[in-house]
Design a protein around this ligand. Structure first.
Ligand code: AP5
Ligand code: MG
Length: 229
């Protein structure tokens, strides 16, 4: 018999600045999912000065991908942790075909599968505008703002916990351009891959934050209902 509330194992796919983190912060609360952001995990390692952080920082500052071997180990361990066993929201992973294959293997080995891949898509010119104005809470990286598009109530202060807001090291225009190239070259091919598997759901990320959220939430609620039948 299917469990009363079937697990939602989700991937958020999309270019830099599409709003993956912004939407993940909302969807995590809606569906009680573990939000697993590879970018936030890597920045945590950089801040703590771990060996992994030291080796990842150069790639991140240049807008390149961190090598698959490092990322795959980090994520396969993370999705097996207790808080992710009832469902997770992967934000920024997979980003290559090797990562997608590793995810499918890790889930298959534990009798699980991906429920859906949520593609949040925006054109490149929107990305540059969004990332150059982004501000992030120093205390909790999932509290995300934009100086014009989604400003905090008080300048440079997080609405949710009063901590200082900061800019990410890789939100410089030249690095943003490189991140976009890397996305189109190495990550966008996953769109066709998941489309063929029948797991892809597309959303227009250039709509206002709450509109995008409403669309994704409604689709996921329907999916969960279907899974429970
Ligand atoms: P990562 O941290 O994952 O960065 P990213 O994919 O480039 O995406 P961002 O976090 O920049 O954008 P987002 O889509 O989350 O947008 P957000 O919600 O913040 O990765 C960073 C680096 O780590 C990579 O370059 C790589 O080096 C490494 N890395 C990470 N994962 C890896 C992997 N799997 N393999 C290898 N390397 C990896 O929103 C952006 C802005 O827009 C905000 O200001 C927000 O307020 C605003 N905004 C959001 N939605 C809207 C909206 N609908 N309307 C108006 N404004 C909006
Ligand atoms: Mg993000």
């Amino acid at each position: 018999m299917a469990p009363a509330v079937p697990e939602l194992n989700l991937v958020l796919l999309g270019p830099p600045g599409a709003g993956k983190g912004t939407q993940a912060d909302r969807l995590r609360d809606d569906f009680k999912l573990a939000h697993i952001s590879t970018g936030d995990m890597l920045r945590g390692h950089v801040a703590q000065g771990t060996e992994l952080g030291l080796s990842a920082k150069g790639f991140m500052d240049r807008g390149e991908l961190v090598p698959d071997s490092v990322i795959i180990d980090m994520i396969t361990e993370r999705i097996a942790e207790a808080d992710a066993r009832d469902g997770f929201l992967l934000d920024g992973f997979p980003r290559t075909r090797a990562q997608a294959d590793a995810l499918a293997r890790a889930l298959g080995d534990s009798g699980r599968r991906l429920t859906a891949v949520v593609l949040v898509d925006v054109p490149d010119d929107v990305v540059v505008r969004r990332l150059s104005g982004r501000r992030v809470c120093v205390k909790n990286a999932s509290h995300i703002y934009h100086v014009e598009l989604d400003p905090p109530k008080h300048e440079e202060v997080c609405d949710q916990d009063g901590a200082r807001l900061t800019q990410r090291d890789d939100d410089r225009e030249d690095t943003i351009r490189r991140r976009l190239e890397v996305y189109h070259d190495q990550t966008a091919p996953l769109i066709d891959y998941y489309e063929e598997l029948g797991t892809l759901r597309r959303f227009d990320g250039s709509r206002p934050v709450e509109e995008v959220h409403d669309h994704i939430r409604a689709t996921l609620a329907t999916l969960r209902l279907e899974e429970s039948m």
